[in-house]
Design a protein around this ligand. Sequence first.
Ligand code: FAD
Length: 367
Amino acid sequence: MADVHNLGAGKSDAPIYSQSADLRGLERHAVSMARHTSWRAGGVADRVYTPADRDDLVAFMRLLAPNEPVLMAGLGSNLLVRDGGFRGTVILLHQVLGALAVDIPATDVPAMDLQGKQARAADMPGPVNAIRVEAGVACPKVARFAAMHGLEGAEFLAGVPGTMGGALAMNAGCYGAQIWERVTQVTLLDRRGVLCNRHPDAFDIGYRHVALHGSPATDADPAAARPELGETHWFIEAVMRLHPGDGARSRARIKAFLSQRIATQPLQLPNAGSVFRNPPGDHAARLIEACGLKGRRIGGAEVSVKHANFIVNRGGASAADIEALMDEVQAIVLKLSGVDLVREVRVVGDPLPSGRPADGPVRGDKR
Ligand SMILES: Cc1cc2nc3c(=O)[nH]c(=O)nc-3n(C[C@H](O)[C@H](O)[C@H](O)COP(=O)(O)OP(=O)(O)OC[C@H]3O[C@@H](n4cnc5c(N)ncnc54)[C@H](O)[C@@H]3O)c2cc1C
């Protein structure tokens, strides 16, 4: 066995690697997740690993101690890490898994090998109507790339400020479209560092909900016995099927979607998009506004006066402020309208015992 590393940065002194000889990524300790989430709030992760590329990510996962908690994050645009921080390793994929390519027709996609390598469209005859997107690619880039190649159907992604991995995990959508309606195949990485391809029928997919059906990998392997997206399995790549169309029309649609967002969303203040899912037949924003909650504040967190289903960080908000405001909104809407709103944003990590943030707010770019 090679080196045994005791990183010792977090609560636990247990080594998180069995060996580390070949890793090429960037490892940091005690990293504020406020820098990696669009709310610009939240606690510190014990470790943050930014892999050098897909192979490095696979190697990292294979070397990681099996009991090390892992949080895969994209752009943190749907994520709140509580002020007490995340006791484990956050893996950042944005721009790392950044491959984006026009692919062969989705119906003819051959199985990939374990490294996810496969012939590209340029090598294949026939019409092209699919794109292959790695998990760290930002959604707006996917929308622009598809339009540039005369492919329609990805325009809605232009205003989703997350990565493909986060979009797959959330079944991100807007303007009547959801990402999984376009996906024909995904590549998953599991906790043992094994890659596998899966079709959408391997998943239970709903509104802002995606889960794995049963065991996606070898049933004999205990690591695959209880597959949990986000805990034992993560998205590495997707193939999206699009329609050959008109690039100019796609670009016009993107422009219209973005204008609509600028007009209706508080994009000038840190936020995480819609906080609650829309209940069947209604809109969370309408319910929250009807309860008179626009402008409601706890600490630096405020229910946006522009869009009631957004909570904005007006400066210095702690994760506890944001979470308390979410809870208050949920309780008041339940009391006044009878509707129990369900959170869309993912909240992870430990609260501070006192409920107070450990550090001051982090300002500036998240990266
Ligand atoms: C201004 C604004 C507007 C928004 N508009 C929309 C909208 O119109 N529609 C919409 O659906 N959402 C919207 N969102 C929310 C958010 O952008 C999406 O949910 C997005 O898909 C999250 O991607 P991310 O990379 O930021 O994920 P993160 O916030 O980093 O992570 C979100 C969740 O996905 C998991 N995850 C991340 N990467 C992976 C991976 N590779 N494999 C498995 N799990 C992973 C994380 O562990 C976490 O649980 C908006 C957000 C903002 C700030």
